[in-house]
Design a protein around this ligand. Structure first.
Ligand code: O2Y
Ligand code: MN
Length: 599
C-alpha cells in the first residue's frame, strides 16, 4: 500500500474544514490555465481582450473593496509578541486559530478547492523552497500559473519532503441556487495570518494580490525571512539586475526600494550611457545564500511580474510595455473601445472614451481615474526582452553590490557608499521616504521603511538587523558593498534635480567601477561619495551647482536627523543591535567634527 503523503494528509484536513464541493489538484498545464479563464469569464469577473491587439490576454475587475494589500489586517502570529516586534500586527497562534477556525469552517461550500503545489525559485535549485497553496479562487490559480513554477512537476519534487502550507479562501461560501458575485470576497472579515514557528499561512476574505497570491509577499518575504534567519541566508524585497560594461565584464546588483519607488523600472532600465548593458534577473524579491566560494548568490524566486500599471509607458519603462504585448492578466485597469487596456500615464492623451476599472463609462472629464491607482499587470518574466539568460540559473548569480533607496527630497545625496558592512546595515535600517512633499530646509514627516521590508519582515525588525550584522561575522570572503541611493532629491523650488529612469545607469556605472576598484571617492562622515568627476554627467542639462546639490553631504541636515533616528531606534528597546546604536553615535561625532572644522 502506498503511504499517504504529507500533502494528501493536509488536503484531507482542509477538505474536512472548508467543505468544498470539488477538489482539483492543479497540473499547471496550459489547458488548466484556459479552464480558469472560462470560469472567470462565465462569472463576469473577466473579459478576454481583443486578440489582435493583446493576444491571449484578460482584463479582470475586482470588487471595489478588494483592491490592495491590507497591512492593518496582516498578522504575524509568533508565540511571543516581542518576536513579531513593533513592525508587525500580532495575535497569539492560539487566538488567531480560534478566530480563523469558525471562519474557514464550511467557507468553500458550493465552490471548487484547488490545490496548487508551487516552487519559489527554479525547481530543484538549492536556494528554492516549495509551498502548497489551497484556494477557492480560479483567479489565484491563473495568477499562480504566471507568478510561480507550479503543478505536477512540483508535486513530484515534494515527494515526502517539506512544504509551506498556504490556505486561502475568498471567504464567501455559496448556498445551493445562490447567484455568485463576479469577484467574491469578504473584506469585513479579512485576515492574512502568518505562523512563523509552524511555517504556515492562512488568508481569508480577499482575492487580491499580496493578500491572495501567497507565494509572493506572505511566503517569499514574511515566512522566508524567518527561514533565512534560521538558515543563515537572506530573503529580501530586492530587484536583481545584471550590468555589463563595454569590455564585457559582468556584475550583479540587488536593490531594495519601498513599494512604488520605481523598482520595476530600475530592474528593466535602458541605459543612456553608450555601450553599457543592463539586464533583468528579478524585479521584486531576491533570496541570497552563500555559495561554496563564500560569495552571496541571489535568485529571483518568482516566475512573473505583478507590477503597478499606472505610470508604466514607453517612456518610463519600454521593456515592461514590450513584455505586456501578449499573454497577460490586467486587473483594475480601464478598457478601451477597441478591447485593449489603458491606464493613467500610458499615453500623454487619454482616449476619448473608456470603461473604467469599476465598469462605468469614462471620459477625460470624469472625476475619477480610469484605472485604479493600484491596478496591476501579471505577466511571465520570460516575455521580458531584457531578461538575462541566467535568470533561472539554479545556483543563482553572485551579488557584488546592494542598493538601498528611499524617496527623499532633502538631505540624502544621489549616492553614498558605506565604508563597511555594518555601516551599510545602518543605512539600510534608516531608509525613509517623506510622507509629505518637503520644501527646502523643511524635512517632511518621515516614514522609515528599513531595507524596504517594513510590511514584509516576518519577525522583529531589530532581530532582522542583528541577522544582517551577524552575516558579516560568519562571512568567509568580502560581502557585497552597500550603497544608499536617492533619485528623488529636489531643488529649492521643489523640482526634481535628477532625471532618473535610464539616467540612473550613470550611478550604476559608478557603482560598477567601484566594484572593479576603478573609481575615486571622497571620504565623508556618511561614507564615501563620488569625487566631482566620478559620475559621468556628460550630456545632461545639469549645472555645476545642481551637481553639487545632488552629491552634497548636508552636515546640518544629517545632524538634525540624528534625534529622529534615535527616537525611531527606541521603538525597538533593548532588542536594537548594539552595533547600530554605536554606528549612530559614531556618525553623530563625525558630523560634529565636520561641522567644527568648517566653522
Ligand atoms: O497590492 C498588492 O497586493 C500588491 S503589492 C506588490 C505587488 C508587486 C510587487 N510589490 C508589491 C509591494 O507592495 O511591494
Ligand atoms: Mn514589492
Amino acid at each position: 500500500m502506498p503511504q499517504t503523503t504529507k500533502v494528501e494528509t493536509w488536503v484531507q484536513k482542509v477538505k474536512e474544514l472548508c467543505q468544498p464541493e470539488n477538489i482539483v489538484i492543479c497540473s499547471g498545464t496550459p489547458e488548466e490555465y484556459d479552464q480558469m479563464w472560462e470560469l472567470l469569464i462565465e462569472s463576469g469577473a473577466a473579459r478576454r481582450l481583443n486578440n489582435t491587439k493583446r493576444p491571449n490576454s484578460y482584463i479582470v475587475r475586482s470588487d471595489p473593496d478588494d483592491v490592495a494589500r491590507v497591512e492593518s489586517r496582516t498578522f504575524v502570529c509568533s508565540h511571543e509578541e516581542e518576536d513579531a516586534g513593533p513592525n508587525n500586527n500580532w495575535m497569539s497562534p492560539k487566538d488567531m486559530k480560534a478566530t480563523l477556525t469558525p471562519l474557514f469552517s464550511g467557507c468553500m461550500r458550493g465552490r471548487t478547492m484547488y490545490v496548487i503545489p508551487f516552487s519559489m525559485g527554479p525547481i530543484g535549485s538549492p536556494i528554492a523552497h516549495i509551498g502548497v497553496q489551497i484556494t477557492d479562487s480560479p483567479y489565484v490559480v491563473a495568477s499562480m500559473h504566471i507568478m510561480t513554477r507550479m503543478g505536477r512537476a512540483v508535486l513530484d519534487a515534494i515527494g515526502s519532503g517539506d512544504f509551506v502550507p498556504c490556505l486561502h479562501s475568498v471567504g464567501k461560501p455559496l448556498c445551493k441556487g445562490e447567484a455568485d458575485a463576479s469577484w467574491p470576497c469578504n473584506p469585513n472579515q479579512l485576515y492574512v495570518a502568518h505562523f512563523p514557528e509552524e511555517r504556515q499561512i492562512f488568508s481569508f476574505g480577499s482575492g487580491y494580490g499580496g493578500n491572495a497570491l501567497l507565494g509572493k509577499k506572505c511566503f517569499a518575504l514574511r515566512i522566508a525571512s524567518t527561514m533565512a534567519r534560521e538558515g543563515g541566508w537572506l530573503a529580501e524585497h530586492m530587484l536583481i539586475l545584471k550590468i555589463t560594461n563595454p569590455e564585457g565584464i559582468v556584475r550583479y546588483i540587488a536593490g531594495a526600494f519601498p513599494s512604488a519607488c520605481g523598482k520595476t523600472n530600475l530592474a528593466m532600465l535602458v541605459p543612456t550611457i553608450p555601450n553599457w548593458q543592463v539586464e533583468t534577473v528579478g524585479d521584486d524579491i531576491c533570496w541570497m545564500q552563500f555559495g561554496d566560494d563564500g560569495r552571496l548568490y541571489g535568485i529571483n524566486p518568482e516566475a512573473g511580474f505583478f507590477g503597478v500599471a499606472p505610470g508604466t509607458s514607453m517612456q518610463s519603462n519600454p521593456n515592461a510595455m514590450l513584455t505586456l504585448r501578449k499573454n497577460c492578466i490586467f486587473t483594475n485597469v480601464a478598457e478601451t473601445d477597441e478591447g485593449d487596456v489603458w491606464w493613467e500615464g500610458m499615453t500623454e492623451k487619454p482616449p476619448a472614451h473608456l470603461i473604467d476599472w469599476r465598469g462605468e463609462d469614462w471620459t477625460p472629464d470624469s472625476a475619477n481615474t480610469a484605472a485604479h491607482p493600484n491596478a496591476r499587470f501579471t505577466v511571465s518574466a520570460r516575455q521580458c526582452p531584457t531578461m538575462a539568460e541566467e535568470w533561472e540559473d539554479r545556483s543563482g548569480v553572485p551579488i557584488s553590490a546592494i542598493l538601498f533607496g528611499g524617496r527623499r527630497a532633502t538631505v540624502v545625496p544621489l549616492v553614498n557608499e558605506s565604508a563597511n558592512w555594518i555601516q551599510g546595515v545602518f543605512f539600510g535600517s534608516i531608509v525613509s521616504s517623506e510622507k509629505t512633499a518637503a520644501a527646502a530646509g523643511n524635512i517632511g514627516k518621515l516614514r522609515r521603511d528599513p531595507m524596504a521590508m517594513l510590511p514584509f519582515c516576518g519577525y522583529n525588525m531589530a532581530d532582522y538587523w542583528q541577522h544582517w550584522i551577524n552575516l558579516a561575522k560568519n562571512a568567509t570572503t568580502k560581502l557585497p558593498s552597500i550603497y544608499y541611493v536617492n533619485w528623488f532629491r529636489k531643488d529649492e523650488n521643489g523640482d526634481f534635480l535628477w532625471p532618473g529612469f535610464g539616467e540612473n545607469s550613470r550611478v550604476l556605472k559608478w557603482i560598477f567601477d567601484r566594484c572593479e576598484g576603478n573609481a575615486e571617492v571622497i571620504k565623508t562622515p556618511i561614507g564615501n561619495v563620488p569625487s566631482p568627476d566620478g559620475i559621468d554627467f556628460s550630456g545632461l542639462k545639469l549645472s555645476s551647482s545642481q551637481i553639487e546639490h545632488l552629491l552634497k553631504v548636508e552636515i546640518d541636515g544629517w545632524l538634525k536627523e540624528i534625534p529622529s533616528i534615535k527616537a525611531y531606534y527606541k521603538e525597538y528597546h533593548d532588542r536594537l543591535p548594539k552595533e547600530l546604536s554605536k554606528e549612530l553615535e559614531e556618525l553623530k561625532s563625525r558630523l560634529e567634527d565636520a561641522k567644527q572644522s568648517t566653522l
